[in-house]
Write a protein that binds this ligand. Structure first.
Ligand SMILES: [Zn+2]
Length: 136
C-alpha cells in the first residue's frame, strides 16, 4: 500500500466519530515506550496472524479488545479490528495472506496509525533504526 492510499484511508477514518475517538491511554503509552515501536509492530503482525488470518476467526467482531495494548487501540482506530471492519472499510473480503509478514496493508495500517498516536519521543528513535534495516 502506498503512502497516498494510507492518506486517503486515514482521511476517511478521521470522518468517523467512532474511529477518531481512539487514543492511547497512559497504560498503552508506557507499554509502547517500554518496549519500543519495533516490538509493538511485531505484536501487530502476531495479532493479525492469530486473530484475523484464520479462515474462521474466533469471536469474529469481538476478537480485539478496546484497550490494554497499543495495537488494539490502533486496530480499532484503523478498522483493522475484525473481518467485518476489514470488509467494510478496506474492501477486504478474503482472509489475510498466509505469510502475514508480507501483508503490508493490515499490519501496516495499524502500525502507521500507531506512529501518529505515539508521542514523538517514542517514534523517533525507531524510525531511524528501521530505516537502516530497509533492504530492497
Ligand atoms: Zn471490527
Amino acid at each position: 500500500m502506498t503512502g497516498q492510499d494510507f492518506d486517503a484511508l486515514f482521511a476517511r477514518l478521521s470522518r468517523s466519530a467512532f474511529r477518531a475517538r481512539f487514543r492511547l491511554g497512559a497504560k498503552e503509552t508506557s507499554y509502547l515506550a517500554a518496549r519500543g515501536m519495533d516490538v509493538i509492530r511485531s505484536h501487530a503482525v502476531d495479532f493479525v496472524a492469530q486473530r484475523l488470518a484464520p479462515s474462521e476467526p474466533k469471536n469474529d467482531g469481538k476478537q480485539t479488545p478496546m484497550r490494554g495494548h497499543p495495537v488494539f487501540v490502533a486496530q480499532h482506530a484503523t478498522a483493522t479490528c475484525c473481518r467485518s471492519c476489514l470488509a467494510k472499510w478496506h474492501g477486504m473480503q478474503e482472509p489475510p495472506t498466509e505469510d502475514i509478514r508480507q501483508d503490508g496493508h493490515r499490519c501496516g495500517a495499524a502500525s502507521k496509525k500507531l506512529s501518529f498516536m505515539a508521542p514523538p519521543s517514542i517514534v523517533q528513535p525507531v524510525d531511524v533504526r528501521s530505516a537502516s534495516h530497509a533492504s530492497p
